[in-house]
Write a protein that binds this ligand. Structure first.
Ligand code: GSH
Length: 332
């Protein structure tokens, strides 16, 4: 079953600098009722609706504490998948793949009509409770909650700065990347120099951020295993790294495939370093990409059949085409 999700609604969303895959709603009535419910849902935690009864029963039997609703091609769900894996929480999580090409009724009910992934359902320790769990939508909110739950603390690197940065990135790096691959979540085969230049500017910003947060590290050559480089320094990926990488991975693949452009190789811009030195390429950003690619959680979350994904992209020319030729329910 295949279906492209989005178009008009996507473009509208994109203009508001909040990239998101949004289904074109079937009718205005449905749209307004979904919008009201969505507002309620997005305002934070809310009790789960009905639906998903079978999942709840399974959860009770197995004593699961978390249920992760996702689609294997969704970059926002990818963020959550990485976070769960990094926190060693995947094995304690029930993963439910939601068919976004034909959103099931029970899922719409459960999410108060919102119907989007990712959603995380958190249950109390009392696994005999008949109630549904607390539902959290929005990938960034889910990841923060997961970090608190599994680390028992805020991400030490999730200072206000990291949080602000990550949210800004949705509009900046991610927005620039979406425009460079084609705009409005579609792909273009022709390069648009202006949008690539803009993306490079964002990458130089990331490069500078990495440099300032890794001041004591050697970052002039390719990072090797014991020299991992993260956006906010430290020895492990922060929530910011996990939020941005799923998009970087998609941009890299799409730009190479459709436009023969290598993400992280500045073709249209150069920068001067703090001491006035000429910088040809954002080497720190390249090292960050390398670091992320090496992470076992990133490798485990990679699409299983990249060629099939590229064939699907080539045919549909859309990044938000949730097709089940490449998304596999059993082993997504
Ligand atoms: N801002 C949301 C965006 C989530 C999102 O756009 N999810 C898409 C899939 S990648 C979706 O569920 N689309 C289905 C729909 O709109 O009905 C987040 O960060 O979690």
């Amino acid at each position: 079953m295949v279906k492209a999700l989005c178009a008009k609604a996507l473009l509208a969303t994109h203009k508001n600098e909040r990239p998101s895959f949004c289904r074109v709603l079937a009718s205005t009535r449905e749209a307004s009722s979904r919008a009201q419910q969505q507002q309620r849902f997005q305002s934070g935690f809310c009790g789960g609706g009905g639906g998903g009864g079978r999942d709840d029963d399974e959860k009770k039997k197995s004593g699961l504490q978390i249920v992760f609703y996702r689609h294997s091609l969704c970059p926002y769900a990818h963020r959550v998948q990485l976070c769960l894996d990094e926190l060693d929480a995947l094995q304690k999580t029930k993963v439910v793949d939601v068919d976004l090409s034909n959103t099931p009724e029970w899922y719409l009910e459960k999410t108060g009509g919102r119907g989007m992934v990712p959603t995380m359902e958190f249950f109390d320790d009392d696994s005999n409770s008949d109630k549904s769990g607390e539902l959290v939508g929005e990938s960034l909110a889910i990841n923060q909650r997961l970090w608190e739950q599994f680390e028992g603390t805020h991400d030490p690197q999730t200072t206000d700065d990291v949080e602000r940065f990550t949210r800004r990135c949705d509009g900046a790096f991610i927005g620039a990347g979406l425009r460079a691959i084609g705009g409005g979540w579609s792909f273009a085969r022709e390069r648009n120099e202006k949008t690539l230049e803009r993306l490079e500017e964002e990458i130089w910003e990331l490069d500078a951020l990495i440099e300032s947060n890794n001041a004591s590290r050697a970052t002039t050559t390719n990072a090797c295993n014991d020299d991992d480089i993260f956006l906010f320094g430290g020895r492990r990926a922060s929530l910011a790294d996990l939020a941005i990488y799923p998009f970087a991975e998609r941009f890299e693949l799409a730009l190479k495939f459709f436009q023969g452009y290598t993400l992280g190789h500045a073709e249209y811009t150069t920068k001067k370093g703090p001491s006035g030195d000429h910088r040809e390429h954002p080497i720190r950003f390249q090292n960050w990409l390398e670091t992320m690619r090496r992470m076992p959680s990133v490798q485990r979350a990679r699409v299983k059949d990249e060629d099939a994904l590229l064939r699907s992209w080539d045919r549909t020319m859309r990044l938000d085409y949730f097709d089940y030729e490449t998304a596999d329910y059993e082993h997504p």
